[in-house]
Design a protein around this ligand. Structure first.
Ligand code: S3P
Length: 169
């Protein structure tokens, strides 16, 4: 079994993914970290040197590389499902779960966590909120192709992991 967690930046994919993997007795892989290990560069550096399109090409290449892995929970990058036909690859190779999170929650989290995220670096609160709103609207059609959706709402990490584990049972 292979479980992909998808959702916007700041939706908690990595934190929930770690917890979920523990619950299911599976390995955990953070896809951004995997790309950083493989390239020996941070995500920000890749954006700086190769631009977003260069990053998307690498992301696609490394996604293909991890598709052969089994018994793993994988937290993907926020944009991974939305480019290069990746969502189709994801759905044909494993089970996908969309962590649905509202704009206000995302903005509140991301304002404190912009530094490592090149797409939103340097934005003030107003710019960030409006960017998230527009960008999320573009991305939702991809996220909605996930086999399962979990609404984060007021659930904490433990409760999210429980809710997803219950869906997968
Ligand atoms: C991105 C999300 C990031 C990372 C890159 C681009 C995006 O991952 O892959 O900065 O396009 O939403 P997280 O969702 O883990 O922050």
């Amino acid at each position: 079994m292979k479980v992909f967690l998808i959702g916007y930046m700041g939706s908690g994919k990595s934190t929930v993914g770690r917890k979920l993997a523990e619950r299911l007795g599976m390995a955990f892989l953070d896809f951004d970290e995997f790309i950083e290990r493989k390239t020996g560069k941070t995500i920000s550096r890749i954006f700086e040197s190769q631009g977003e399109s260069g990053f998307r090409a690498l992301e696609h290449q490394y996604l293909r590389e991890i598709l052969g892995t089994e018994d793993v929970v994988i937290s993907l990058g926020g944009g991974t499902p939305c480019f290069n036909n990746n969502m189709e690859l994801i759905n044909t190779s494993g089970t996908s779960v969309y962590i649905e999170t509202g704009v206000d929650t995302l903005a509140g989290r991301l304002i404190k966590a912009k530094r490592k995220r090149p797409l939103i670096q340097g934005m003030d609160e107003t710019e960030l909120r409006s960017f998230i709103k527009t960008n999320l609207e573009k991305r939702e059609p991809f996220y909605r192709q996930a086999q399962y959706s979990v609404s984060a709402g007021s659930l904490n990490v433990e409760q999210m992991a429980d809710a997803i584990a219950a869906l997968l049972r």
